[in-house]
Design a protein around this ligand. Structure first.
Ligand code: SF4
Length: 697
């Protein structure tokens, strides 16, 4: 019996699991990996059901009549599928130029695949058109951390440090539902008397176990942070010595928060002044303390500035770089961290290098064996690219890997229309997702337990994904598919489909960059249960904790940045009087393309529910389990009601794991953060009504 130690295919915790061959499929058990320590959530426990699922894509599919998307999909050989793709790429680039062919990647791709996809677009397609779904996930916190600290590693310390913190401020984070095994660290802290304050418009499972729940109006988290800093300054709780010795720019921030007096912040956010004062006093006095943000605070049209406001607070209190203290953001997708480091972003080269930096271009071009002048310049961000699909100057042929944008993009119905306007849509996936169902060519790809590679978890720990069984005969890895395609485009020599070879090249390409993997090898990962980047040499121990001795900024200091509250792009009015916010459930992952097919998960939650306060429901004659229609300026969606006295009466919540008539992203606002290009997923204006209609499901 060969036992394979690998990791759960879903979220950024990347829990360790053990797979043992068994009839009819592998047996899956939790492993004693340092992150999950034997824990798994329901998604992880049931992940093996995907491996031989009846919906699995086992051969390429193409439209029966090429060019006619109304004709049905039929099975095809790889030769035929690749020929159709190459023909469309050549025709598109000849007619519209190189940038008319692009790719959309995902935060679930291994480091090797994300790296290869970025290289494929720049070297084989010579196109600037690439971005990925992490733009919809981590980009605001990443932009703020780069601005303030000079580096974006979600948690700059191991998760186990959370257990040692006496005070933890969790802003827009619900790990009890999103990644339950991580709660063991919060629970251990609470058992020792730590006090946790959860900021969320809903009384979530995480908030229920906390010492204090602050319940602001969605879109006011920045005002809350500035208000906390205002109190810290007034009550002489800031760390003047730390500010003087380790930071720059505080005076402008001190001036900016002057007007965020507690009574005003209470009016803006709805959080009582007494709770504001208590929060900042705990953070300052009950140390060590931490501030952790997640998508609730970050997925706004001012998400970067909001994350920045919490960084300002953490820096002013002197938390960052001190033991068991600091600021972190909780990454969501499985390889959300590694996926944003190695070149599938529109403006980025491997190692977290900038595509517009001449030295970075020269370094990476040398590793790739091309002239730096061949590298395109930065392209458009995710939504900007999707918004222009099929238009003059936009992408005409799109490859989509590991992303279900028809469900997960904002203003989803518009995005679906744009996908339909493409000359050719190619989707590589394991199941026929809502996006794959729109495609001209669908490619079956290997699953998590059928491939080798590395992932980088939410702590910046690089880990191994190992193969326990071969993919089905006609299924190829994405590395193989990209190499096959590159060969047909005359650039096959630049690509490998061997994960270890790709990783070794990635190490060279990242060497000297911010996310430096040069010293990380498959063998070291195995021997050390993961290696934390930066790790510039094979004799370097890796870096579990950042910032103890300084910051990777030009002057070694962290930077305060003045930020001001702005109302969300869309605020309630007479026609759309409530705020819609979106999020996760414990049973589902991302667009649900995988987890909605797992029987044990759908049994416990067969359909999405919209959460409404009982007072709001009463006003609209809605009872628990009634069917409700939500409408925004962009579309409508249907949900069964769940009455919840723990949500603000002016706010409704719906999960984003479903498509079709249950697609909450048919409603969400694509207004973009000006720094990160993050859409405003977490606050838009909606109307609600009871309905007999159940949509067209
Ligand atoms: Fe998988 Fe995340 Fe659940 Fe762990 S917490 S089992 S990584 S989904």
């Amino acid at each position: 019996m060969t036992v394979t130690e690998t990791h759960c295919p879903y979220c950024a915790l990347q829990c360790g699991i053990r797979l043992t061959p068994e009839i009819p499929r592998v047996r899956l058990e939790p492993a004693e990996f340092p992150v999950n320590r034997g824990g798994l959530c329901a998604k992880g426990w049931t992940a093996a059901e995907l491996l031989d699922h009846r919906d699995r894509l086992l051969t390429p599919l193409v439209r029966k009549d090429a060019g006619d998307r109304t004709s049905p999909l039929r099975e095809a050989t790889w030769e035929e599928a690749l020929d159709r793709i190459v023909t469309a790429i050549r025709a598109g680039q000849e007619r519209y130029g190189p940038d008319s062919v692009g790719a959309f990647g995902g935060g679930g791709l291994t480091n090797e695949k994300a790296y290869t996809l970025g290289k494929f677009v720049r070297v084989a397609l010579r196109s600037a058109s690439i971005d990925y779904n992490g733009r919809f996930c981590m980009s605001s916190a990443a932009t703020a951390a780069n601005r303030a600290l000079g580096v974006d590693r979600g948690l700059p310390f191991p998760l186990e440090d959370v257990a040692q913190a006496r005070t933890v401020l969790l802003v827009g984070a619900n790990p009890a539902d999103a990644m339950p095994p991580s709660m063991q660290y919060l629970d251990a802290g609470r058992a020792e008397g730590a006090r946790h304050i959860v900021v969320d418009p809903r009384l979530t499972a995480t908030a229920k176990g906390a010492y204090r729940h602050l319940q602001p109006l969605p879109g006011t988290d920045l005002a809350l942070a500035n208000g906390l800093l205002h109190i810290a300054i007034r009550e002489a709780l800031i760390d003047e010595e730390y500010i003087r010795d380790r930071t720059t720019g505080f005076d402008a921030v001190r001036t900016a928060v002057n007007s965020y007096w507690p009574e005003r912040v209470e009016r803006m956010t709805g959080v009582p002044e007494a709770h504001l004062r208590e929060t900042v006093r705990l953070l300052a006095a009950e140390r060590p303390s931490m501030i952790l943000t997640a998508r609730g605070a970050e997925q706004h049209s001012n998400g970067t500035d909001t994350a920045q406001a919490y960084l300002n607070l953490a820096l002013a209190l002197g938390l960052v770089g001190r033991p068991y203290s600091g600021y972190g953001t909780i990454t969501g997708q499985g390889n959300g961290q590694g996926g944003r480091e190695h070149g599938q972003k529109a403006d980025q080269l491997p190692g977290y290098r900038r595509l517009d930096d001449p030295a970075a271009r020269a370094h990476v071009a040398k590793v790739w064996g091309i002239d730096p002048a061949e590298l395109p310049l930065p392209g458009r961000s995710a939504y900007e690219m999707l918004d222009r699909l099929g238009t003059d100057g936009g992408v005409r042929v799109l490859l989509v890997l590991a992303s279900n944008i028809a469900v997960s993009a904002p203003h989803a119905n518009h995005v679906i229309d744009r996908l339909r306007a493409l000359d050719l849509l190619v989707v590589s996936d394991i199941f026929l997702s809502e996006t794959a169902a729109l495609a001209d060519v669908v490619l079956p790809t290997a699953q998590w337990a059928e491939e080798e590679g590395t992932m980088t978890n939410l702590e910046g720990r690089v880990i191994r994904r190992r193969s326990a069984l071969p993919p089905p005969p006609e299924v190829r890895t994405d590395l193989r598919f990209l190499k096959d395609l590159a060969e047909r485009l005359g650039r096959g020599d630049f690509f490998s489909d061997e994960p270890r070879e790709v990783f070794d090249e990635l190490r060279r390409a990242s060497a000297g960059g911010i996310a430096d993997y040069a010293g990380i090898t498959y063998e070291r990962i195995e021997a050390e249960q993961g290696v934390f980047w930066p790790c510039p040499a094979e004799d370097h121990p890796g870096t579990p904790r950042l910032f103890a001795d300084g910051f990777p900024t030009p002057d070694g200091r962290a930077r305060f940045v003045r930020v001001e509250h702005r109302d969300p792009h869309e605020v309630p009015d007479k026609l759309f009087p409530y705020v819609l916010t979106t999020g996760r459930t414990m049973q589902q992952y991302q667009s649900g393309n995988q987890t909605r097919r797992v029987a044990a998960l759908t049994v416990s939650m067969p359909e999405p529910r919209v959460e409404l306060h009982p007072d709001l429901a009463r006003r609209h004659g809605i009872a628990d389990s009634d069917m409700v229609e939500l409408r925004s300026r962009r579309g409508r969606a249907f949900f069964r009601a769940r009455l919840n006295a723990g949500i603000r009466p002016d706010t409704v919540f719906a999960p984003f794991h479903w498509g079709g008539d249950n697609a909450v992203n048919a409603l969400t606002d694509p207004a973009l953060d000006r720094h990160s290009k993050m859409p405003a997923f977490k606050a838009c204006a909606v109307a609600i009504s009871r309905t007999e209609e159940e949509g067209t499901r």
